[in-house]
Design a protein around this ligand. Structure first.
Ligand code: UD1
Ligand code: CA
Length: 451
């Protein structure tokens, strides 16, 4: 039986106080709607998204051609929203209703819900809350669900019910179409309520199945930045737990953020306040010290990323040491056992095996060979104000401290650059190049005296 997901995402989300539609707010660097979409795609054959506010922006940001985008021009209620999708849904299928602002919904729960809908036509996902205020109440009689009554339409007895409607449900599509034709706006809010289909189904002789989740977070909606932060923490905590169970040592799971995908080998350690983004893999025995920020990186075995380092779009070989306070910018490839020390910035460069750039340097648009030693304060001057130029440094080169290499320039194998040199032309293999001015010394120098 085919399954269709219908994701309701037409709301503005006024309480976000943002120019972005609510469903484009991000959790772990992925939009709320993106999270729901991923879950839906895991288990459904086709996904329909009901959009309204910020329409084009939502479609562009999600950028997924497999989605059937359905516009709801006016928000006349959840029932009206679902009605918009029905012409796109075939009768012999199951429709799963999801919400673009309920991001932590879990695939296992949804699978159970769909299975129950296959057997019973309708199944609801409910949750029992200490404080049910604001939610639709699940009205049961002898344990059988009779109706969902919205807060604003409920009587005092119904208001005391703590089992509430999460809004998420799975319904036989032909019955859903039929029942949606029977709903009206005779209620406190004058809206077309999706929830009214429950009573209609009961009157049609159907039994309503349910799945009751005990995880409030998986059904929690996000209406403001406070709730967004709460769900971010929950997400991060769950992810940290999963990683630790897989063998990662986290010095403090409460101070670890992964906003992307992270895979790691054996015996890796991540210290506090590390933020990972994009796709990151690290090999075995690699450690990441406190306060590092790493985005899209492939990092080998036995690597030490020392504290306060920033790495983006880089490939880092086995045995490399980076930092503390290093910045590795995009398109950098660092060979095995190389060392990038403190206050070193590397951009768009290949650094060969065993080479060392230990202190206070800038290396950009460069190819650095094996076993090169770059002294403190060396700068590759790669930019003439208009264009970027390349620096090539051969194997075994020694570059003395505080030298500037004015690109384009090549330094041949095993060449030596004297400290304090400004190198403007190529140096051949084995040469010593030195370009600083000769030192003059004056004996018994009298300093000027104050008048
Ligand atoms: C709805 C349920 C309520 C449930 C609660 C859970 C109904 C009538 N009530 O109430 O039983 O306890 O969710 O949070 O369904 N939306 C559209 N188009 C519309 C209306 C809504 O896309 O025309 C979207 C909104 O953007 C929102 C979601 O549907 O993300 C829920 O709508 P909302 O009006 O907030 O429903 P609730 O009053 O919370
Ligand atoms: Ca709501």
């Amino acid at each position: 039986m085919k399954t269709h997901a219908i994701i309701l995402a037409a709301g503005k989300g006024t309480r976000m106080n943002s120019s972005k539609p609510k469903v484009l707010q991000t959790l772990a660097n992925k939009t709320l709607l993106g999270h729901v979409l991923t879950q839906a795609q895991n288990i459904c054959d086709q996904v329909h998204i009901i959009y309204g506010f910020g329409g084009k922006q939502v479609i562009n940001e999600i950028n997924d051609n497999s989605v059937n985008w359905v516009e709801q021009t006016q928000q006349l209620g959840t029932g009206h929203a679902v009605q918009q999708a029905m012409p796109h849904i075939n009768d012999g299928s199951i429709s799963l209703i999801l919400y673009g602002d309920v991001p932590l919904i879990n695939t296992d729960t949804l699978t159970k819900l769909i299975e129950k809908a296959k057997q019973n036509y309708i199944s609801l996902l409910s949750v029992v809350l200490k404080n049910p205020t604001g939610y639709g109440r699940i009205v049961r009689n002898n344990n059988n669900i009779q109706a969902i009554v919205e807060q604003k339409d409920a009587n005092n007895e119904q208001l005391n019910i703590c089992e509430v409607n999460t809004g998420i449900m799975a319904v036989n599509s032909s019955l859903l179409k039929k029942y949606l034709n029977g709903i009206d706006t005779n209620n406190a809010q004058g809206e077309l309520y999706l929830t009214d289909i429950v009573e209609i189904a009961v009157n049609d002789g159907k039994t309503i199945a349910s799945v009751i989740t005990n995880n409030e977070f998986e059904v929690a909606g996000v209406n403001d930045k406070v709730q967004l932060a709460e769900l971010e923490r929950e997400f991060q905590q769950n992810q940290a737990t999963k990683f630790m169970q897989q063998g990662l040592t986290l010095k403090d799971p409460a101070r670890f953020d992964c906003r992307g995908s992270f895979s790691f080998g054996k015996d890796c350690e991540v210290d506090v306040n590390v933020v990972l983004e994009g796709n990151i893999t690290i090999g075995n025995n690699t450690i990441i010290a406190p306060n590092c920020s790493i985005k899209n990186a492939k990092i080998g075995d036995n690597v030490s990323i020392l504290s306060n380092s920033v790495i983006e779009d880089a490939v880092i070989g086995d045995g490399v040491s980076i930092g503390p306070f290093a910045r590795i910018r995009p398109k950098v490839n660092i060979g095995e056992n190389a060392k990038i020390g403190n206050f070193v910035e590397v951009k768009k460069s290949d650094i060969g095996k065993g080479s060392k750039i230990s202190h206070l340097s800038y290396v950009g648009d460069s190819i650095v060979g094996k076993d090169v030693n770059i002294g403190a304060g060396v700068i590759t001057c790669n930019y003439d104000g208009v264009n970027k130029h390349q620096t090539n440094i051969g194997d075994g080169v020694f570059i003395g401290s505080d030298s500037q290499l004015i690109a384009p320039v090549s330094i041949g194998k095993n060449a030596t650059i004297g400290a304090g040199s400004t190198i403007t032309s190529d140096t051949s293999e084995g040469q010593l190049a030195i370009s600083r001015s000769k030192q003059k010394s004056f004996s018994n120098w009298k300093r000027p005296a104050k008048k």
